[in-house]
Design a protein around this ligand. Structure first.
Ligand SMILES: Nc1nc2c(ncn2[C@@H]2O[C@H](COP(=O)(O)OP(=O)(O)O)[C@@H](O)[C@H]2O)c(=O)[nH]1
Ligand SMILES: [Mg+2]
Length: 281
């Protein structure tokens, strides 16, 4: 049977990101499959995905290959650097196939750094326009935000920056799948943002996740929906959950919807993991 979750990496950035996901066993509890799409055969050779699609010069073949790879999809994740030439070509095709198959689409993308050339910027604007309002859920992070992960390393290279982006995408797909796999979870539509952290008590974990660099300064003030996922090794006390909830509720609009999901994962032992997904107005 075909996998119903397709995680598609576009270009070099997307391919590196899905390689990381495969190493981290993202999607292992789901019927998930990875696909790399690119216009550089040498990059596709580095892909650990089972399906790899080369964007040759024959649009009909490209459409057919992408459509066949996505057949049976219920959810399609699109992972890329927005400046990608491969994304520019393949995103419209992926969205058209998703529509045909009735699949939900989730894009996790990063905007090119200001240090990159203008072609990247042109590609990024084009693809961002294509994604906005057309994908069901959109996570867009400016590359510069990943500098924040490396504040104590002033000599950080662009390569390390993208490595941080790949880690973020990896966690993002994992958390998104975990959150939506709960029967009671409502759908996450529109532009969204994500933060996560680990600590030894829920309140600390939430506070650190809430100040995650990819979240905006006043992110929660205008949030529409907030999903908080807490993972712990043993059941959390009601009072610690209450403290965590109250921290949140004090910051979000009174009409914002708030969802809390708790999950016990024995191997976490004493560690608490908090993840926040919030949708933007
Ligand atoms: N996440 C991630 N992004 C990258 C990486 N390398 C480059 N990028 C970003 O991805 C954008 C597209 O580049 P690339 O993936 O090579 O796309 P291509 O044009 O399809 O070859 C660039 O503008 C960068 O902002 C990477 O290793 N990881
Ligand atoms: Mg490239």
């Amino acid at each position: 049977m075909d996998a119903n979750i397709k995680i598609v990496g576009l270009g070099e950035g997307g391919t590196k990101a899905i390689n990381k996901m495969m190493t981290a066993l993202v999607g292992k509890n789901f019927s998930a499959e990875f696909i790399a799409i690119g216009s550089d055969e040498n990059i596709l050779l580095t892909s650990a995905a089972r399906k790899n699609i080369f964007l040759n010069r024959d649009p009909a073949t490209v459409y057919k290959n992408i459509s066949e790879a996505l057949r049976g999809a219920k959810i399609i994740f699109i992972v890329a650097g927005l400046g990608s030439g491969a994304a520019r070509i393949s995103v419209p095709i992926i969205l058209s196939c998703a529509k045909n198959f009735g699949a939900l689409t989730v894009a996790l993308v990063c905007k090119p750094s200001i240090l990159e050339n203008s072609l990247r910027k042109v590609n990024a604007d084009f693809t961002e326009k294509n994604l906005r309002g057309k994908v069901d859920t959109l996570f867009v992070v400016p590359a510069e935000k990943f500098f924040m992960f490396k504040l104590n390393q002033p000599q950080v290279s662009l390569h390390e920056l993208f490595d941080a982006a790949d880690d973020f995408f990896c966690q993002g797909v994992k958390i998104f799948l975990d959150v939506i796999s709960s029967d009671s979870a409502p759908k996450i539509f529109g532009e969204a943002a994500l933060g996560f952290a680990q600590a030894t008590n829920p309140l600390d974990a939430i506070k650190i996740a809430a100040s995650f660099p990819t979240l905006d300064e006043n992110e929660f003030k205008s949030a529409q929906k907030i999903f908080l996922r807490l993972e712990s090794g043993t059941p959390l006390s009601l009072s610690s959950i209450d403290a965590a909830k109250n921290f949140f509720k004090a910051q979000i609009p009174s009409d914002a919807e708030f969802f809390l999901q708790e999950k016990i994962i024995p191997s976490h032992m004493e560690k608490i993991f908090a993840a926040i997904i919030c949708t933007r107005k």
